[in-house]
Design a binder for this molecule. Structure first.
Ligand code: NDP
Ligand code: OXD
Length: 310
């Protein structure tokens, strides 16, 4: 039987190996860097493998991201041209992401930052109650994660819109699409949630001009990738008061270096890339299905377009 190669920064090869062998008992499961003969490897299940590591795997037929994002795969300029690229699309992760987005949206909506400051000053003060239907939430990216978040936020009565490459029909969620409609989408967004994939088209999308297009007092929540945000522009917008607060789960450099200004900024909450974590319990079944299909010469589900890079 051909072999599967595994590489991860955080996830346990022992757990993944056990979960896959429970389903395919004779699986030849190899953990980086113990590759053996690279020609044996037909399926690679990986996260952030050092670029250039796959070049000797001449029989590699499928690279499966150990997460929903695939930007880490495209950092390798020497991807074997014949290998298909796929990713996890995990309902468990969509639920986790929507929970995290809701947590932050509700905290901003219910004046969590203001009451936190009043508490710090030991001030018992009642602010005017916010109106849910008047709070405009905007979700950048309406795919597996953004679509779930947008529909759950809309179900709570918020005024929700989303922005994607192509038009979407998701219940009451207003659909904006394409470059031409980005500004109008931003103009009507009080709480911006980023769930875009990182591609050459989306890198740096949250910058001085897009931040300025949001209404004064808007909030920014990012769980896409750190590279979607120009950090200096967000910091300047927070310091000027144009942006009232930010919740960030992803960063240019992870772990976020101790000296980074986000850590100490009173209007920023830093999370250590945990909004939706992949795990063997929920995702092993779909990876098994992919391995079986690839070894049988078939295409797996959840393939990624090499041109679009998502
Ligand atoms: P999908 O591929 O399912 O969805 C991507 C969405 O972004 C689609 O709606 C797509 O539009 C839209 N999009 C892509 N490029 C553009 C563009 N240039 N202009 C406008 N819209 C665009 O991705 P997922 O929802 O599964 O995941 C999104 C990202 O979330 C991942 O790539 C990853 O970076 C991040 N993530 C973060 C996690 C965390 O723990 N922080 C966990 C998991 C994922 P269309 O549908 O029209 O093509
Ligand atoms: C992912 C992630 O892309 O964890 O799955 O960021």
């Amino acid at each position: 039987m051909p072999a599967v190669l595994f590489h991860s920064l955080n996830e346990s090869p022992v757990e993944w190996g056990a979960a896959l062998k429970e389903r395919i008992p004779d699986l030849d499961f190899r953990v980086w860097p113990d590759v053996g003969d690279p020609k044996d490897i037909e399926f690679a299940l990986l996260w952030a493998l050092p670029p250039g590591s796959l070049v000797s795997m001449s029989n590699l037929r499928c690279i499966c991201s150990l997460g929903q994002g695939v930007d880490h795969v495209f950092l390798d300029p020497d991807l074997p041209p014949g290998a298909k690229i796929m990713r996890l699309v995990d309902p468990w992760m969509a639920r986790a992401m929507s929970e995290w987005m809701l947590l932050n949206i509700l905290r901003f909506h219910r004046q969590g930052l203001e009451y936190q400051e009043l508490e710090r000053q030991r001030l018992w003060k009642v602010l005017p109650a916010p109106e849910t239907s008047e709070r405009r939430v905007g979700v950048l990216g309406l795919g597996a994660l953004g679509g779930d978040t947008a529909s759950k936020v809309a179900a709570l009565g918020f005024d929700v819109a989303g922005w994607s490459r192509t038009r979407k029909l998701i219940g009451s969620v207003e659909s904006f699409h394409g470059e031409d409609q980005l500004e109008a989408f931003l103009n009507r967004t009080d709480i911006l949630c980023c769930l875009l994939p990182l591609t050459p088209d989306t890198a740096g999308i949250i910058h001085v001009d897009t931040l300025a297009a949001l209404p004064k007092g808007a909030f920014v929540i990012n769980a896409g990738r750190g590279q979607h945000v120009v950090d200096e522009d967000l910091l300047a917008a927070l310091d000027s008061g144009h942006i009232a607060g930010a919740a960030l789960d992803v960063f240019h450099q992870e772990p976020l270096p101790p000296e980074h200004p986000f850590w100490a900024h009173p209007k920023v909450q830093v999370w250590p890339h945990v909004s939706a974590q992949s795990n063997a319990d929920s995702a092993a079944a779909q990876v098994t299905d992919a391995i079986v299909k690839v070894f049988a010469g078939l295409d797996p589900n959840n393939l990624v377009d090499r041109e679009r890079q998502y």
